[in-house]
Design a protein around this ligand. Structure first.
Ligand code: PEP
Ligand code: MN
Length: 349
């Protein structure tokens, strides 16, 4: 439920309500809005059991239930879009953010080369898996911490913030010490101890939709992270399993406007895993932006034919550059644009 404070409520009154919430065994989550402060109370059914306790407290205007099962991620609780900076570029704002890089970080020289290439083409952040969740235990599993170091070097060289996956709870601390954003993969969307650890890290998280998960399950997974008051969560549609065999997954384009309606969190699309074929990546990326996504996460490789994973769905840098150009045009057609990083060099006149 939400405890909505009066427009002139002071901090002391907010603090008193928070103390009361805790004393009743619930967790308060405060949002300082432009007009008024709202305290979200989550836990098992707080509205039915405790709503009357706050009605006459100083500074309280009214108490309202949040009808959705997801609370902190819902637009009922936070009506405006949430946005936050990723090293100088806002995700969730009007600008489209593009994250690009290889499926896996394969070696130092290659990741540096790819980082420069995607930056040149207009990417705002570098992706690359250091710990890889693979369907087969015999496939390349990633270079681990060594690869995290190479990613950090690529960030040093290019200034691009880095996004990389943590596959289990134990990896969260290590990944957070190198990465700007911790990725939680589709296979781990309902790994609750991992979600708790990612929430507790207070680090930005990119949460991918499970391949057989509903939109509501994705939002419930996000709720685990938000329940730690870690609000820097990006949701990612990456295609779902259907009966259709012509592509690796089926892009649930519908999920984008559905998510944008239900949650204030930024939503990005991964057209690479959604299609599994580089030939379709640009078309689906365009569709995602037209549908309202706040960004893209795209696999790019300078030598996709030799990639150790997902080469078949990776764009070459030239094709990626074309994709970025087209995305800009689509963004402008819906009154948006590609995001501008505050680190970007001023354009030459
Ligand atoms: C990835 O981003 O490389 C990845 C493994 O994605 P997903 O978890 O969506 O399959
Ligand atoms: Mn991949």
């Amino acid at each position: 439920m939400m405890i909505i404070m009066n427009t002139d409520a002071n901090q002391k009154q907010v603090d008193q309500v928070m103390v009361k919430v805790k004393s009743l065994g619930f967790e308060p989550h405060v949002v300082y809005g432009e007009e008024r402060t709202i305290i979200g109370v989550v836990g098992n059914n707080p509205y039915m059991t405790t709503r009357d306790q706050y009605a006459r407290m100083p500074g309280v205007d009214r108490i309202m239930p949040i009808s959705r099962p997801y609370k902190l991620s819902s637009r009922e609780f936070i009506p405006e879009d949430s946005s936050f900076p990723l090293d100088g570029v806002d995700i969730g704002g009007p600008g489209i953010v593009i994250i690009a890089g290889p499926c896996a970080v394969e070696d130092r020289v290659l990741i540096s080369e790819i980082a420069h290439a995607v930056k040149e083409a207009g990417a705002h952040a570098l992706r690359g898996g250091c710990f890889k969740p693979r369907t087969s235990p015999y496939s390349f599993q990633g270079h681990g911490e060594k690869a995290l170091k190479w990613m950090a070097e690529a960030r040093e060289e290019t200034g691009l913030p880095i996004v990389t996956e943590a596959m289990n709870e134990e990896q969260i601390k290590l990944v957070a010490s190198y990465a700007d954003v911790i990725q939680i993969g589709a296979r781990n969307m309902q790994n609750y101890s991992l979600l708790h650890a990612a929430g507790a890290s207070q680090h930005p998280v990119l949460l991918k939709r499970g391949m057989s998960s509903t939109v509501e399950e994705l939002l419930m997974a996000a709720e685990y992270i938000l329940s730690h008051d870690n609000r820097r969560v990006i949701l990612c549609e990456r295609g779902i399993r259907t009966f259709e065999k012509s592509t690796r997954n089926t892009t649930d384009i519908n999920a984008i406007p559905v998510l944008k309606e239900k949650t204030h969190l930024p939503v990005v699309l991964d057209p690479s895993h959604a299609t599994g074929n580089w030939n379709y990546v640009t078309a689906v990326a365009r569709a995602g932006i037209a549908a309202g996504a706040d960004g893209l996460i795209v696999e790019v490789h300078t030598e996709p034919e030799n990639a150790l994973s997902d080469g078949f769905q990776s764009l070459k840098p030239e094709r990626f550059a074309t994709m970025v150009r087209q995305i800009r045009t689509i963004a402008q057609a819906i009154d948006r644009d590609i995001a501008v990083s505050s680190h970007a060099a001023p354009e030459m006149k």
